[in-house]
Design a protein around this ligand. Structure first.
Ligand SMILES: NC(=O)c1ccc[n+]([C@@H]2O[C@H](COP(=O)([O-])OP(=O)(O)OC[C@H]3O[C@@H](n4cnc5c(N)ncnc54)[C@H](O)[C@@H]3O)[C@@H](O)[C@H]2O)c1
Length: 418
């Protein structure tokens, strides 16, 4: 067995079984894996992946390995690792360094170990691997052909790197594929965030005032599911079009300073920093619950919360009770990290099927087109996005109509009017 830093190799059997279970819901990745096994499009390519170490990621990694790649993995978040999956991956011959709850120093050590593999392709979720490569391991960049990025926050960071003229190799923004954000961000984050908060607290959602900070695709999904459970949803936003959309979708919209006084549960999902801050904590009701599902643990200002608290205790796993000087108790879930991955299992495999099908096909595309791609952030090629949707529909046994030649002509011409 490879020498990897994981929690416990004895967990491998449990991990294998759960990876197999997820595979049942990942028919598109399975099809790609079967094709990759025959065609070997990634033959001899070294891939370093910084991803949430979950059953779905394991299925992606196995597909890449079947495609001929040498894959090494590390976690993209210190709290999201499923230790049994890490153990199984090592057994499958995919070196993995990740331990749930690892401290920041270990987290970066594991990123560096993944980079020691001298990647030709990088697969990132949040851009920590790419950032480390561009700042501390620049000697390795010459070998890199390209990469992919999984999430909104990572794409934001990469675009800013590109704008500063410092991005050194091409990266495809997988997050921005329609078959990614419309399903993973909306339905995946929607369901799994509610799942994480429920598992951590066992609260009843019906009748609660749920404040959602950020009405992007993830915010849409969380709001939809919270409403479905009978919560009164309040949206806070900084972007007027999205605020208007939230209002017309039937939610209350108000500044967070107002919402802070009435909310029972607060969920940040903005990709932004210090969204819930000191002034908000000071006016919150006794018993308010705070959770984050955005990529980094910066959306809730935890140092400010600590500074207001006279005591803190862990009252249940993933629930820290802060007693403030004003006597109120506030409950922070999962240390302010992605609650769906910290306290639950992340997205259901069925949506990750599409996100990771995009990943696998984009990596193949990157290798095929390596000569002509420049150091830029590229969108997912439309044909890949459409192919993923088509394969997913097929796997569900759903057929759709096709344009007739007459309709095709009509939709691409300007001559016909009333
Ligand atoms: N938990 C998960 O598994 C998961 C999955 C996908 C994405 N994400 C992460 O979730 C975050 C949101 O993703 P998205 O795709 O919805 O992004 P998005 O950019 O589509 O939406 C974010 C929204 O937050 C708003 N916002 C920014 N600052 C704000 C503030 N101070 N107050 C209120 N609203 C504010 C923006 O105007 C925007 O409408 C990102 O960090 C992304 O990486 C997490």
């Amino acid at each position: 067995m490879l020498n990897c830093e994981i929690k416990d190799p004895a967990l491998a059997l449990a991990g294998r079984q759960r990876i197999e279970w997820a595979c049942r819901e990942m028919p598109v990745v399975k099809l790609i894996r079967e094709r990759f096994a025959k065609e070997k499009p990634l033959k001899g390519i070294r891939i370093s992946g910084c991803l949430h170490i979950t059953t779905e990621t394991a299925n992606l990694a196995l597909a890449l390995k079947e495609g001929g790649a040498g894959v090494i993995l590390c976690a993209s978040n210190p709290l999201s690792t499923q230790d049994d999956v890490a153990a199984a991956l090592v057994e499958y011959g995919i070196p993995t360094n990740a331990i749930k709850g690892e401290d920041e120093a270990t987290y970066y050590k594991h990123i560096n170990t993944a980079l020691d593999n001298k990647p030709q392709l990088t697969v990132d979720d949040g851009a920590d691997l790419v950032t480390t490569l561009h700042t501390k391991r620049t000697d390795l960049i010459k070998d890199v052909v390209g990469g992919t990025e999984e999430t909104t926050t990572g794409v934001v960071r990469l675009r800013s790197l590109e704008k500063a003229g410092k991005l050194r190799y091409p990266i495809i923004a997988v997050n921005d594929a329609q078959t990614k954000y419309l399903f993973d961000n909306r339905y995946g984050t929607g369901q799994s965030t509610i799942d994480g908060i429920t598992r951590a607290t066992n609260i009843l959602w019906a009748g609660k005032k749920v404040v959602i900070c950020g009405y992007g695709w993830c915010g849409h999904g969380i709001a939809l599911r919270a409403r479905g459970l009978g919560s009164h949803v309040i949206i806070t936003e900084v972007e007027p079009v999205r605020a208007l959309e939230a209002l017309m979708d039937g939610y209350q919209v108000m500044p967070l300073m107002e919402a802070a006084r009435v909310g029972d549960i607060f969920i940040t999902i903005s990709g932004d920093k210090n969204v819930i801050d000191k002034a908000h904590f000071e006016v919150m009701k006794d018993g308010a619950i705070l959770a984050n599902s955005g990529h980094f643990n910066v959306e809730i200002n935890i140092p400010a919360l600590e500074s207001l608290a006279r005591s803190k205790r862990r009252i249940r796993p993933f629930v820290d009770e802060y007693t403030l000087d004003n006597g109120c108790h506030l409950y922070l879930l999962g240390e302010g990290r992605l609650i769906n991955l910290a306290a639950a299992e992340g997205h259901p495999a069925s949506v990750m099927d599409m996100s990771f099908a995009n990943q696998a096909l984009c990596l193949e595309y990157m290798v095929k087109n390596r000569e002509r791609l420049e150091p830029k952030v590229y969108p997912v090629p439309e044909e890949i996005d459409k192919q993923v949707a088509r394969l997913k529909l097929n796997s569900m046994g759903i057929e759709i109509d096709a344009l007739t030649p007459e309709q095709e002509k009509y939709l691409t011409s300007w001559e016909e009017g009333t």
